[in-house]
Design a protein around this ligand. Structure first.
Ligand code: ADP
Ligand code: MG
Length: 425
């Protein structure tokens, strides 16, 4: 069984390779072949605009909606330009979270696989000795979080002398207060190199840094955050009552929404780690299995949870904002904001986990009196009034169907690049 499916997909990509539209960018055959294996047969809009500029070595700042393929937009040029013979890192990619570091590393690894590029990832909460060992071997492209990257620079285990390109992903967040110190420090350590900024929410605040550090950056703006969320069907449910009543009413509103939608999968955002744990236990008692993702959970478990959710081992993922940015879950039909977001960008990034790459998406946010201000800020930011809907009342039949669905055995999805992994084996 297995062998047949492998050989068919292998044949498929050999054939498709002939008409992969990425060829128009004069990429090396190894890169085009890898893109075909990923089923990237034509560039997304942002990729089509970024590739010529990036391949040309120019500095750039690119903004496009969540899920539009920004990773490959920088991944393809840095893999294309990497020289295998050079042992020292030639490109550096900075990511805000460990999860994103791993996700981006995997995509770069696949794109660069036929060039045999080494892509170590460096993030905290993982033994530094092992990372030092991997850096001692060839490492063409390094992906990491700012703190750990700096740690390696200070220890002398990360050699930045040959870096030709720096990518700052989720740039607006990276240049925000929490990270800016570390990022500036890294910039100081780097030789003169190409700098590329990417985000779905690149706002004016970046101008200063762009003027300070970049050479005549090309700005590429596909769609603003307004466009980003237009394609997602959004609504708000207002939770009445005082604090005590609210907790109960909110759970009721939330569970009924989940029952009504009965989505194949869904991310549920909570404001705090405690709330995420509480909600998970509550749902568990009601017979609904979930995964939880937040900063208190061990690194290995966090990665395992993301992987399990991608494969569809469980339907629902309860998360704090650690999962709001960048993390890619294909075919996610619904996002629920159990707790209302506390920042306007956070709203865009949270709901941007759905409706990716042209797929349909829906987002429901539960709000209380104290969220009124934030709601206004968000609506101004996205130029859209989010319609209010009533708390749904569900029928016995809907309820039955929902709980029956929970008991169904899960059919696991293939992981991204699965055929690829098989084909190189
Ligand atoms: P962003 O960083 O813009 O939020 P990602 O880089 O995470 O988006 O990509 C979103 C999804 O689109 C991923 O599942 C990725 O595999 C897919 N994708 C990216 N480029 C292409 C392409 N050219 N063709 C098909 N799918 C693509
Ligand atoms: Mg991204």
């Amino acid at each position: 069984m297995n062998t047949t499916s492998v050989s068919i997909s292998f044949f498929d990509f050999e054939r498709n390779n002939m008409k992969n539209k990425f060829e128009a960018f004069h990429l090396s055959p190894e890169i085009v072949k890898a893109l075909s294996t990923l089923h990237y047969m034509e560039p997304t809009e942002i990729q089509a605009k970024v590739l010529p500029v990036a391949l040309d070595g120019k500095d750039l700042a690119a903004q496009s909606q969540t899920g539009s393929g920004k990773t490959a937009a920088f991944g393809i040029p840095i893999c294309e330009n990497a020289v295998w013979e050079e042992n020292r890192p030639q490109a550096l990619v900075i990511e805000p979270t460990r999860e994103l570091t791993v996700q981006v590393k995997e995509e770069l690894f696949i794109i660069g696989r036929y060039k045999r590029l080494k892509v170590p990832d460096l993030f905290g909460g993982f033994p530094i000795d092992k990372q030092i060992l991997s850096l001692k071997q060839k490492s063409h492209i390094v992906v990491g979080t700012p703190g750990r990257l700096l740690d390696h620079v200070r220890r002398g285990s990360l050699d930045l002398t040959c870096i030709k390109t720096l990518v700052i992903d989720e740039a607006d967040l990276m240049l925000d207060m929490g990270f800016i110190g570390d990022v500036k420090q890294i910039l100081k350590e780097l030789p003169v190199c190409q700098i590329m900024l990417f985000s779905a929410t690149l706002e004016d605040g970046l101008q200063e840094l762009m003027q300070e550090c970049m050479k005549e950056p090309v700005t590429i703006n596909i769609e603003t955050h307004v466009k980003t969320v237009e394609k997602i069907e959004q609504s708000i449910q207002c939770i009445p009552g005082d604090e005590e009543e609210r907790a109960h009413t909110k759970y009721h509103a939330f569970l009924n929404t989940l029952i009504r939608e009965n989505p194949e999968s869904c991310i549920i955002f909570c404001g705090t780690r405690e709330m995420a744990n509480v909600l998970c236990r509550k749902l568990g008692r009601d017979g609904v299995t979930c995964g939880v993702l937040h900063g208190d959970i061990e690194q290995q478990d966090r990665l395992r949870t993301i992987d399990g959710f991608r494969q569809g081992k469980f339907r629902y993922l309860i998360a704090t904002d650690v999962a709001a940015r960048g993390i890619d879950f294909p075919n996610l039909p619904l996002v629920l904001n159990y707790d209302f977001p506390t920042g306007k960008e956070a709203y865009v990034h949270r709901i941007g986990r759905t409706g990716r790459n042209g797929e349909p998406g829906k987002a429901v946010s539960f709000m209380t009196e104290s969220d009124i201000k934030m709601r206004q800020m968000i609506e101004e930011y996205i130029h859209l009034e989010i319609p209010e809907t009533k708390i749904p009342e569900v029928t016995e039949e809907e309820r039955k169907l929902f709980f029956e669905t929970q008991k169904e055995k899960r059919k696991l999805k293939k992981r991204k690049g699965a055929e690829f992994r098989q084909s190189i084996m």
